[in-house]
Structure formats: structure tokens, C-alpha cells
Design a protein around this ligand. Structure first.
Ligand SMILES: Nc1ncnc2c1ncn2[C@@H]1O[C@H](COP(=O)(O)O)[C@@H](O)[C@H]1OP(=O)(O)O
Ligand SMILES: [Mg+2]
Ligand SMILES: [Mg+2]
Ligand SMILES: [Mg+2]
Length: 353
């Protein structure tokens, strides 16, 4: 399967949703509410999810969808729903042909809420299932840092297509990776769309407001020695264990300070060789990673010549539901160095037991 149509629709859907998130990013009122798990969600998350699901429903009405957000809070707070509806209604691709291709505007606020709730699939190992993280790294988004609009297609539990929209990453694939915990940068020279199809390699292209830009093939950097590698990790200490990660870096002889950034922008950054290693070590033993936080990034890194496993060396398993219940943590590195990185991870974790 070449997945040409799936990739095109995914790229356009992420591009349109990214437009919406950018306008929320630059406005003061982000309509932030806390979810039951205490994590924040904004009008940008809801709006982006509704727009992506609308495009998927138009083209692939029989496919299932596992998405992060749901409409319940908006039914309880109608004013918040109205604010989201306003911005969703106003967001369209400037390329009329592409906007039509995505189905144009959503019909009404009620249909927007119904679309949001179509992301409630339980996931699993059978059939075609899309997974959406409308804003990954909401905390980064609120801080003015990195975030990503993420979409992946799994077929029988295997990721076939992945797209990441990263509005705040530099367009330039070679730009050195800098820590970005929140600088409210202007959009000049920023905005990248990463994509990959299984077996077809990974690409990046500028995330424009107009027609899709020409893509360039990307690959991970060949690091002559791990001592020269750049590793990235979450900004939030509650999402990955900074202390353990520092010990692993030291064991590997890495001298450069870690680059902290939010979201799957980390996967995109190592895939294009701006960084080399992404470590995500568990903080709480009970936390299960969500499939929408990894599906697109996992495929993009592997298609760019990387290897992605959990701390036990197992491939990420997207076939067991909405979470990566069979995995703990993430270790992503160039294929040739992954074994060495994984050994250091396991030595550090063993010493803690
Ligand atoms: N306890 C946790 N451990 C690991 N990841 C978490 C935890 N809580 C939330 N996350 C998720 O990690 C992702 C961000 O990762 P990073 O810190 O690397 O940018 C978000 O999707 C975030 O969820 P949420 O979207 O609810 O904020
Ligand atoms: Mg997320
Ligand atoms: Mg999210
Ligand atoms: Mg969230």
C-alpha cells in the first residue's frame, strides 16, 4: 500500500489544525481548563481535534479514531463551546482547492461537538485506526514553547502514516537544537511539517499557510561517537526522569547539556539530525504512555534511520488500546548507537532497584 491519499489528507488536516493552534498561541485568551487528571486543555486542543476529525470523516468515514480530547466539558460549559465554535468556523486553508478537499467548514456547533466525540475508539489490533493529539505539549503551548499537532494511521496495530505539525520549530533542518522551554518566538523562519509512510522514508517541509510546500527527505545524523551526541528530554520533570537521564548521558560520555523541549517536536528534531537521542524514562511506575503521544513520532524516527524502543528494548506496541500498556518509557536513537544507549539506560535503572 502506498497510502498516498491518506498522507495527503493527513498533511492538509494537520496544516489546517496548526493554523488554528497558531492563532490561539498568539492570542491572550487560551480558554484553559483543567481535566480530571489535572492536565490543561485549551480552546486550541478542542478546535484542532474537531477540524482534524472533520477531514478524516469526509475521506475515511469507516475508520476508527483514538483522540485525546472529548466534548463532555463543552456540553457542561456552553460558553467555552461557543468560543471554540467561533474559532473553528473562522479557520480555513487559504488554498481554496485544499480547503474544499477537506470538506470546508463544519456545519454547526452541534456537529462540531459530535465530531469531537468520534475520537473515542478503544483502539486495538484490528483494522484502520487514526490517532490524534491535537496539541501535544499543551504545557509548552501555554508557556510559549514547543508543541506539536500529531496524527497517525495504524493498520492492524502497526503505524503506517505519521504527520507532525511543529509551528515553533525552525524550518531549517540543520538549525542547531536549542532548549525551548518558552520564548514566545515570532513565526518568522518557524514551522515544520514532518511526515513518514512505512517503508517510504521520512520528510520535512515548511509548515506554510498556503499550498503544501515541497518536501525534503530527512535522516538521523551519523554520530561518530556518542560523546558528541545531543540528547533531548521533556521540559516537565513529572513526564520523564531528568535525574536518571543525566546519569545515562554521563555514562555515555555525553558532554553537551540536554536539550529540553515539550512534545513530539523531540522525535521530529532527532529524525532530521538536529539532535540525536530522545530519552523518556518513567517517573511513576503506574503511568501508561498514550498512543497519540508517540505514534507519528515513532514512525518518523524509524523511517529516518532510527530505532525506538521502550526501556526493556521492546518496540512500542500500538495494538493494545489507547495506551502503550505493554511498554515503559522510550529510548530513541540512531540505529547504530541504540544498543549502547539502551545498555546505559538499563544499567542506570538496575542500580536504582
Ligand atoms: N505523568 C506523565 N508521564 C509521562 N507523560 C505524561 C504524564 N502526564 C502527562 N503526560 C503527557 O506527556 C506529553 C508531553 O510530553 P512532554 O513533557 O515530553 O512534552 C503530553 O501528552 C502529556 O499529556 P497531556 O497532553 O495531558 O499534557
Ligand atoms: Mg500529548
Ligand atoms: Mg494533547
Ligand atoms: Mg493533554
Amino acid at each position: 500500500m502506498s497510502y498516498t491519499n491518506e498522507l495527503r489528507i493527513a498533511l492538509l488536516a494537520v496544516q489546517r489544525a496548526s493554523l488554528l493552534t497558531k492563532s490561539v498561541f498568539h492570542s491572550k485568551a487560551k480558554g484553559t481548563v483543567d481535566k480530571n487528571d489535572k492536565s490543561p486543555v485549551t480552546i486550541g486542543d478542542f478546535g484542532a481535534q474537531a477540524l482534524i476529525i472533520a477531514a478524516l470523516q469526509k475521506h475515511f468515514p469507516d475508520d476508527e479514531i483514538v483522540a485525546e480530547e472529548e466534548a463532555a466539558a463543552l456540553r457542561e460549559q456552553p460558553e467555552l463551546g461557543d468560543t471554540i465554535w467561533d474559532i473553528v468556523r473562522q479557520t480555513a486553508l487559504s488554498d481554496d482547492h485544499a480547503e474544499k478537499e477537506l470538506g470546508g467548514a463544519i456545519a454547526s456547533k452541534e456537529s462540531m461537538l459530535a465530531l469531537l466525540d468520534k475520537g473515542n475508539s478503544a483502539g486495538g489490533s484490528k483494522g484502520r485506526i487514526w490517532t490524534i493529539d491535537p496539541i501535544d505539549g499543551t504545557k509548552g503551548f501555554l508557556r510559549g514553547g514547543q508543541y506539536a499537532v500529531c496524527l497517525g494511521l495504524m493498520v492492524d496495530g502497526d503505524v503506517k502514516v505519521g504527520v507532525l505539525g511543529c509551528p515553533n520549530l525552525p524550518v531549517d533542518d540543520q538549525a542547531p537544537l536549542t532548549a525551548d522551554i518558552g520564548s514566545n518566538q515570532t513565526s518568522d523562519g518557524h514551522g515544520v511539517l514532518f511526515s513518514a509512510v512505512q517503508g517510504q522514508g521520512a520528510t520535512s517541509r515548511p509548515l506554510t499557510d498556503g499550498p503544501l510546500a515541497q518536501e525534503k527527505s530527512i535522516s538521523m545524523r551519523a554520530v561518530p561517537s556518542l560523546a558528541e551526541a545531543t540528547f533531548c528530554e521533556s521540559v516537565e520533570a513529572g513526564h520523564s526522569a531528568h535525574g536518571d537521564q543525566a546519569q545515562i548521558a554521563q555514562k555515555l560520555g555525553i558532554t553537551k547539556p540536554s536539550v529540553r523541549m515539550d512534545s513530539q517536536a523531540k522525535y521530529g528534531s532527532i529524525a532530521r539530525g538536529a539532535g540525536d537521542i530522545y530519552l523518556r524514562l518513567p517517573v511513576k511506575a503506574t503511568y501508561q504512555e498514550k498512543i497519540w503521544d508517540h505514534a507519528a513520532g515513532d514512525l518518523i524516527v524509524r523511517e529516518a534511520g532510527g530505532e525506538v524502543t521502550d526501556i526493556h528494548g521492546k518496540r512500542l506496541d500500538f495494538s493494545v488500546g489507547r495506551t502503550l500498556a505493554n511498554n515503559k518509557g522510550v529510548v530513541a536513537a540512531p540505529k547504530a548507537s541504540h544498543g549502547e544507549v539502551l545498555s546505559a539506560v538499563q544499567e542506570v535503572l538496575k542500580a536504582k532497584l
